[in-house]
Design a protein around this ligand. Structure first.
Ligand SMILES: Cc1cc2nc3c(=O)[nH]c(=O)nc-3n(C[C@H](O)[C@H](O)[C@H](O)COP(=O)(O)O)c2cc1C
Length: 377
């Protein structure tokens, strides 16, 4: 099975092609990764590569409560416990660095300031929420607040925040960083012309709209080395108030070519088709990505072992990322290896809470102990 071939990710040796996709779990009440976080990731360390949940790069970058950030010393310390737990178990882990832009709420921002974006128009649309404090003090899904458009001068500061977080990620022991450029968050708020209404050098033409993304990539690569950088993009998604537009394809394919020139380690494509009802990524699209992007290609989104193996065998991707299957199957790699059934995760405990639905999913061996024991006795 191709999933069990090794892979050289720009010098980092992966024992298999199975990647744990980034998943926010909102389980850090003090915004610092803790022992539970370390146990959760350590349980999943047989993945060829783990990509951490999205870690906010600054206070301003936060769009959901209880996320472990990557910008204060305490947060770096917290993540250090996670990376050493994963490394001790023989695993590898990248940090996903994240700025939500306008998909945030004043209650999450310093001094109840408006969140920032490429625009001053709010994110609207189906399932477009921040997870924040309501007026009555409870936490829940709320409509994103009206943002403030970043001034031209301020953009360099935001770019520097990404680079700072990347540097802290390496200090915290991560093996690399993935820039979250997908799903309607800040980078997409610049790329998408239906959102980006700027008249400065960051808005208008296709080249101007991608300037922010490339400045972030260059700054992060300058800090940690291009080979240690990945970027996640969702070219066909229409999530969180980011609708489809006419030159969507050109926007992304020209961006892929620019990323290729920069020799970053990988491009992580998030296919939201099956889950969110946007167009599904076809083999033809993946083939064209291969033609313009020379680094490694990772794909995520409703994959099963069979589809992943087919795409790997066809040479259309290098690594297959699994999200929800890893929630309920800490030993997903072993289950795929032996063809064992996958446990089904409980969607009610995806976000928030503590240990339940987080670190208490048993391995296949533990859950089938009775079944294995009975024929012997
Ligand atoms: C609970 C949950 C949290 C997620 N959080 C993130 C995130 O922080 N960053 C990100 O890029 N994608 C995030 N995603 C998307 C996943 O990485 C993945 O692309 C998606 O679940 C589809 O893959 P799957 O069908 O294998 O689950 C999240 C998905 C889930 C279910």
């Amino acid at each position: 099975m191709s999933l069990f071939e090794t892979f050289d990710l720009a010098g980092l040796q992966l024992p298999n092609r199975i990647v744990m996709a980034p998943m926010t779990r909102s389980r850090a009440p003090t915004e610092v990764a803790d022992d539970l976080t370390a146990i959760y990731y350590q349980q999943r360390a047989t993945a060829g590569l783990i990509i951490s949940e999205g870690a906010p790069i600054s206070r301003e970058a936060v769009g959901y409560a209880f996320l472990p950030g990557l910008y204060t010393e305490r947060q770096i310390e917290g993540w250090r416990g996670v990376t050493s737990a994963v490394h001790d178990a023989g695993g590898r882990i990248y940090a996903q660095i994240w700025h939500v832009g306008r998909v945030s709420h004043v209650s999450l921002q310093d001094g109840q300031q408006p969140p920032v974006s490429s625009t001053d128009r709010p994110a609207e649309g189906p399932r477009t929420f921040a997870y924040a404090w309501r007026d009555d003090g409870s936490v829940g899904f709320v409509a994103p607040s009206v943002p403030r458009a970043l001034t031209t001068e301020e953009i360099a500061r935001v770019v520097a925040d990404y680079a700072h977080a990347a540097k802290q990620a390496i200090r915290a022991g991560f093996d690399g960083v993935e820039i979250h450029g997908a799903h309607g968050y800040l980078i997409e708020q610049f790329l998408n012309p239906t959102i980006n209404d700027r008249t400065d050098q960051y808005g208008g033409s296709l080249e101007a709209r991608r300037r922010f993304a490339l400045e972030v990539v260059d700054a992060v690569a300058g800090e940690v080395g291009p080979e240690r950088v990945g970027i996640r993009l969702s070219p066909l998604a229409q999530l969180l108030g980011a609708p489809a537009y006419a030159d969507n394809e050109a926007t992304y394919f020209e961006l892929f070519a620019e990323l290729s020139k920069r020799r970053i380690g990988y491009l992580h494509l998030s296919d939201t088709g099956a889950r969110a009802g946007s167009p599904v990524m076809t083999d033809a699209l993946l083939r064209r990505v291969r033609e313009v992007f020379s680094g490694a290609v990772v794909l995520a989104g409703s994959l099963d072992a069979e589809k992943a193996d087919r795409l790997l065998a066809a040479g259309l991707i290098d690594l297959a990322a699994f999200g929800q299957p890893f929630i309920a199957n800490p030993d997903l790699v072993e289950r795929i290896a032996i063809g064992a059934k996958w446990a089904v995760p409980d969607t009610a405990t995806y976000y928030g809470g503590r240990a339940a639905g987080y670190i208490d999913y048993p391995s296949y061996a533990a859950s089938s102990e009775d079944a294995v024991a009975s024929p012997i006795t």
